[in-house]
Design a protein around this ligand. Structure first.
Ligand SMILES: NC(=O)c1ccc[n+]([C@@H]2O[C@H](COP(=O)([O-])OP(=O)(O)OC[C@H]3O[C@@H](n4cnc5c(N)ncnc54)[C@H](OP(=O)(O)O)[C@@H]3O)[C@@H](O)[C@H]2O)c1
Length: 260
C-alpha cells in the first residue's frame, strides 16, 4: 500500500527543479497533487505527466507567491476547489546574488515575500488545518546557506536561516497534534536556481542533481526526521560551520562567492 494513498499534497515550486521531483515522489506514494508555481503551461504539462504515470489526480493552481496576499488567496482557491491539504511541500524559493547595496530592491522584496512571508503564511494555514484533522506532513526547503552568514548572497542566506529556525520550532509545537515537520537543507543543486539568482552554479564536488536532493528530502519526510542535509560534503560543511568561529566562516564564504 503506498504511504500516501488517499492523501493530498500541495507542492509549491512544482513546475521544475527540486519541487518537481518531490511532487513525483508524492504521486509515486499515491498522493493526489496540488501543483503551484507561476508558469501555468509548465504546471499543466507536469500535471498531465503525473496523471499518466501514476493513478492520482493532479490539479494546477498557478500563483505568484512573491506578491502580497498571494498565499491566502491560493489557500482560499484550494479550499473552494474542495481539497484538503494533508501534505505541504513548502519548497518554492529564489535567490539573489550580488553586493547587498547593488541588488535592485524589487528583486529582494520579491524574494523576501516568497521565501519568508508566503512561506510562513502557508505554514500557518496548513498547521491550523492539519492540527484540526490530527494528521499532517510538512516538508520545508531551506539550504546549507541557512546555517551561516553568506556575504554576496546575504539576504538569501538570511531567508533560509529563517526557514530552518521556523521549521525546527514548529516541529516541536505541532508534534502533539500529529503533524510532522521535516526540513530539507540542500547544498548546491543543478537547477535553474543559480541563473535566476544572477550567478553560476557553484562548481563544488558536493553538487547534486535535483532528483537526488528530492529523494533525500522525501525519504526524511517519510521517516519523520527533523532535518536532512543531502550529501557527505554538504554535511561536512554544516558540521565545520559549528566548529569554526562564525566570523571566520563568513570571511571564507565571501572569498568563494565574491567574484562569480
Ligand atoms: N538549487 C540549489 O542549489 C538550491 C540549494 C539550496 C536550496 N535550494 C532551494 O530549493 C528550492 C527549490 O529551488 P530549485 O533549486 O528547485 O530552483 P528552480 O529549479 O528554479 O525551481 C524553483 C521553483 O519555484 C517556482 N517559483 C519561483 N518563483 C516563484 C513565485 N514567485 N511564486 C511561485 N512559485 C515560484 C518556480 O516556478 P515558476 O518560475 O514557474 O514560478 C519553480 O517551480 C528553493 O527554495 C531554493 O532556495 C536550492
Amino acid at each position: 500500500m503506498p504511504a500516501f494513498a488517499g492523501r493530498t499534497a500541495l507542492v509549491t515550486g512544482a513546475s521544475k527543479g527540486i519541487g518537481y521531483h518531490i511532487a513525483r515522489l508524492c504521486a509515486h506514494e499515491g498522493a493526489d497533487l496540488i501543483l503551484v508555481a507561476r508558469d501555468t503551461q509548465r504546471l499543466e504539462r507536469v500535471a498531465q505527466e503525473m496523471t499518466e504515470c501514476f493513478p492520482v489526480n493532479a490539479a494546477v493552481f498557478p500563483a505568484d507567491l512573491s506578491q502580497p496576499e498571494s498565499a491566502g488567496e491560493l489557500w482560499q482557491r484550494v479550499q473552494a476547489g474542495g481539497h484538503n491539504v494533508d501534505i505541504l511541500v513548502n519548497n518554492a524559493g529564489v535567490g539573489a546574488y550580488g553586493e547587498f547595496r547593488e541588488i535592485p530592491p524589487e528583486k529582494t522584496r520579491g524574494m523576501r515575500h516568497l521565501n519568508i512571508v508566503s512561506f510562513t503564511e502557508l505554514m500557518h494555514l496548513a498547521a491550523i488545518e492539519m492540527a484540526r484533522r490530527e494528521w499532517g506532513r510538512i516538508l520545508t526547503v531551506a539550504s546549507v546557506a541557512g546555517f551561516q552568514a553568506m556575504p554576496y548572497m546575504a539576504e538569501y542566506a538570511a531567508t533560509k536561516a529563517y526557514v530552518l529556525s521556523l521549521s525546527e520550532a514548529l516541529r516541536v509545537e505541532l508534534a502533539p497534534f500529529g503533524v510532522v515537520v521535516t526540513c530539507l537543507a540542500p547544498g548546491p543543486t543543478d537547477t535553474d536556481f543559480f541563473a535566476a539568482a544572477g550567478t553560476r552554479m557553484l562548481d563544488t564536488p558536493g553538487r547534486k542533481t535535483p532528483e537526488e536532493v528530492a529523494r533525500a528530502g522525501f525519504r526524511a519526510m517519510l521517516r519523520g526526521r527533523p532535518l536532512v542535509v543531502p550529501g557527505a560534503m554538504n554535511k561536512m560543511m554544516v558540521f565545520a560551520g559549528r566548529l569554526v568561529p562564525r566570523a571566520l566562516f563568513a570571511a571564507a564564504a565571501a572569498r568563494v562567492l565574491r567574484r562569480r
